[in-house]
Design a protein around this ligand. Structure first.
Ligand SMILES: NC(=O)c1ccc[n+]([C@@H]2O[C@H](COP(=O)([O-])OP(=O)(O)OC[C@H]3O[C@@H](n4cnc5c(N)ncnc54)[C@H](O)[C@@H]3O)[C@@H](O)[C@H]2O)c1
Length: 358
């Protein structure tokens, strides 16, 4: 079993990574929680695959678990769903000595995490991420949130889990699209911090070869994220490096109303265009954008900027909550594995983007 200790201001928490961990979850939870009630929040798809297995394992260890199943998909990161979850937690008489488990992808992790952080001013939370994106990214670092009709993740908090349990075998049922989507984030870690990881990803011949070593890859990514969030828990400095490709990616996602491109696909295009831009500005070693393009093609991720109105992209970027003020931060890479934050004046962005969108 791989383990990582993440140091946070509210105390540290462990991440455990092991194939088959879900079936031992009762035994593992017993080491950190001595009560009896557990509310598992999951979505309809994950419930079909894994709902019964988690309940069995928890019952075998003497727990009294209930399941709260929400609809699969981003729509469940809403206040409507949140109210339904609060309601079920009240029915089950959950209190601050009990525990909530978020079993699912980033949607369940963010929404159930936000429910845990707010219900009765905070119920201890365990994350069991089931998508690659959630295993390498969203379950680590304590960001939890729900969406508002006017934008994503607009209401949320920083709420550290008691533990994160990762079973890489759960990825076996994930669709290729969501697997590739998560690979977008894995590639990001390689590009910003770890060229060995990046070039290793270039070598896998097929999905089977990749999945055989995915536990190690998840460990590497979680270690990188843990190291970054330990330095900058509240996202004001070093943590911004994790946004490589995200500023432009978010604008693309938003332009298409989150319907056309998944998060990983939009970030993929963002990573290529910002790297190409870095080369044009003389800040990135020439050839780096080609390496990014090659790896995105290998994992069936888009790289070419879509045919969209440049003005709209700029407008969207300017309204992003992270881009308040005269200038804004872009993450550039000097070469694969070496990233830095570059402040760019908003008036210059249009020229930069016009250079990219061509
Ligand atoms: N908190 C953070 O730091 C952070 C970071 C990145 C992204 N996010 C958020 O994460 C969300 C996206 O997460 P996601 O991509 O995991 O989406 P998701 O949670 O919607 O999962 C994608 C799909 O895969 C299904 N699924 C999940 N696990 C499965 C499995 N093992 N087998 C088969 N199907 C499975 C789900 O039912 C869903 O249909 C967004 O809301 C984003 O804002 C949060």
């Amino acid at each position: 079993m791989y383990s990582i200790e993440v140091k946070a201001s509210s105390g540290s928490y462990p991440i455990y990574i092991k194939n088959g961990l879900l079936d031992d979850i009762g035994v593992e939870v017993k080491k950190i929680y001595k009560g009896s009630k557990i509310a598992i929040v999951t979505d309809s798809t994950v419930n079909e695959f894994y709902g019964q297995r988690i309940i069995s394992s928890l019952k075998m260890s003497g727990y009294e678990p209930i399941k709260i199943v929400v609809k699969a998909g981003e729509e469940s990161k809403s206040f409507e769903t949140l109210l339904e979850v609060y309601d079920k937690l009240l029915d089950f008489k959950i209190n601050r000595g009990d525990i909530i488990i978020a079993l699912g992808g980033g949607v369940v992790g963010d929404m159930a995490g936000f429910a845990a952080s707010t219900f009765l001013r905070g119920i201890p939370l365990i994350q069991i991420p089931t998508t690659l994106l959630a295993q390498v990214d969203s379950s680590v670092g304590g960001k939890v949130a729900v969406d508002l009709p006017r934008g994503k993740n607009l209401v949320g908090s920083f709420y550290m889990p008691k533990a994160v349990f990762i079973d890489p075998l759960l990825l076996g049922t994930l669709s290729d699209r969501f697997l590739n989507d998560g690979m977008g984030e894995v590639i990001k870690y390689g590009a910003i911090k770890d060229n060995e990881l990046f070039y290793k990803l270039m070598k896998y011949e097929n999905k089977e070869a990749l999945l055989k070593e995915i536990d190690k890859i998840i460990y590497t990514c979680c270690s990188i994220k843990a190291a970054i969030v330990e330095i900058d828990e509240k996202d004001t400095g070093e943590r911004m490096l994790l946004n490589y490709g995200h500023t432009i990616g978010h604008a693309i996602e938003q332009f298409y109303n989150f319907k056309k491109y998944s998060h990983g696909e939009a970030v993929a295009m963002g990573m290529y265009s910002i790297t190409k831009l870095g080369e044009e500005l003389g800040m990135t070693t020439v050839g780096t954008s080609t390496a990014i393009k090659d790896i995105l093609i290998k994992y069936n991720l888009p790289w070419m900027f879509p045919e969209i109105n440049c003005e709209d992209v700029i407008e969207t970027i300017s309204h992003d909550k992270k881009n308040i003020g005269e200038s804004m931060n872009f993450i550039l890479i000097e070469s694969i594995g070496n990233s830095f934050i570059e402040k760019i004046n908003k008036t210059n962005i249009k020229d930069y983007l016009l250079g990219v969108i061509k």
